[in-house]
Design a protein around this ligand. Structure first.
Ligand code: TYD
Length: 137
């Protein structure tokens, strides 16, 4: 899947005097059913996360607090997203190399995923990722 399949998705925001409420429905706001949610927090300044691809996993990345950058690379093009609001997120399609950096203090990164954790779905080596892309063609 090309990088252009990954995109920012704006979520509903119900605002009133008591504060804002945002919700996400699998298969409605995002193009997959949600099987797992995980989150990154207490990330030390200067730390990077990610640096891998997933063979089949669809993900949706939201910045719940603070800010960070999500870098996506499909082997030929690269795009950097700056996330700093909790009413939008980035849809990350399968076979996309991702990298997260620039975490602010107090940043919380929440990820919704289309499957439960499976280490066999990861490609953690860049050269193996490029080889896998060639086999897909
Ligand atoms: P990893 O996906 O490599 O983290 P990141 O991409 O954010 O840098 O996961 C870090 C560790 O946590 C690794 O040992 C696998 C484990 N893990 C789970 O057990 N379940 C999960 O849902 C996730 C996302 C990771």
């Amino acid at each position: 899947m090309p990088l252009s399949d990954c995109r920012q998705i704006e979520l509903p925001k119900i605002a009133d005097q008591r504060g804002n409420l945002t919700f996400v429905e699998g298969g409605n706001h995002i193009p997959f059913d949600i099987k797992r949610v995980y989150y990154l927090y207490d990330v030390p300044g200067g730390s990077d996360r990610g640096a891998h691809a997933h063979k089949n996993l669809h993900q949706f990345v939201i910045c719940m607090s603070g800010s960070f950058d999500l870098l996506l690379n499909d082997g030929s093009a690269e795009r950097r997203f700056h996330l700093n609001r909790s009413y939008y997120g980035i849809y990350v399609c399968p076979m996309m190399w991702r990298y997260l950096d620039n975490f602010s203090s107090g940043a919380v990164c929440m990820v919704m995923a289309s499957a439960v954790y499976d280490e066999n779905d990861y490609i953690r080596d860049w050269d193996a990722y490029v080889d896998a892309l060639k086999q897909d063609v």
